[in-house]
Design a protein around this ligand. Structure first.
Ligand code: HEM
Length: 138
């Protein structure tokens, strides 16, 4: 009956049916089976995130404190992260999480831009240097 049970993502992913539905919110694991039918937002959205990290879905709706209390009552343990697991979804807003996604996806792009900039600057200065040294000669 301990609430400090450690579950991995693969443990959680085994509970995706309506009668056995786990979700992860803010790195905590909840057994929402008893609540699916009563969810004011409908069972469909709950089933959609069953066995997964529902932090973003849950926070995007802006659930009330009451919703958070209900959630607390369904706590069964903590998520134990393992290598290769999806990144923690701890952001409370979509904008910050989407900007994080863009910056990680754009990692290579930034490097390529930096290379072009540095290469361009080098070429520019080399050109100036050649120009000035050829002017001195004449
Ligand atoms: C997993 C635990 C969840 C709990 C305990 C929960 C609880 C609640 C509660 C109590 C409400 C009533 C309004 C409020 O008090 O904020 C609500 C509304 C709502 N929930 Fe959830 N919810 C959960 C997950 C989700 C997820 C994953 C979604 C995905 C989108 C979602 C979508 C909604 C929507 C759209 C409403 C508004 C329904 C309406 O006002 O017509 N909920 N939820």
């Amino acid at each position: 009956m301990s609430a400090t049970k450690e579950l991995t993502y693969s443990d959680v992913a085994e509970h995706t049916s309506k009668k056995d539905l786990y979700v992860v919110i803010h790195d905590k694991v909840y057994d929402t089976s008893s609540f699916v039918d009563e969810h004011p937002g409908g069972e469909e959205v709950m089933l959609d995130v069953g066995g997964q990290d529902a932090t973003e879905a849950f926070e995007d709706v802006g659930h009330s404190d009451e919703a958070r209390e209900i959630l607390n009552g369904m706590l069964i343990g903590n998520l134990k992260r393992q290598e290769g697991d999806p990144k923690p979804k701890t952001s409370t807003t979509t904008s910050s999480s989407s900007s994080a996604a863009t910056s990680s996806a754009g990692g290579l792009g930034v490097g390529v831009y930096a290379l072009i900039l540095v290469g361009g600057a080098l070429a520019f200065f080399a050109y100036q240097y050649l120009q000035s040294s050829s002017q001195q000669k004449s």
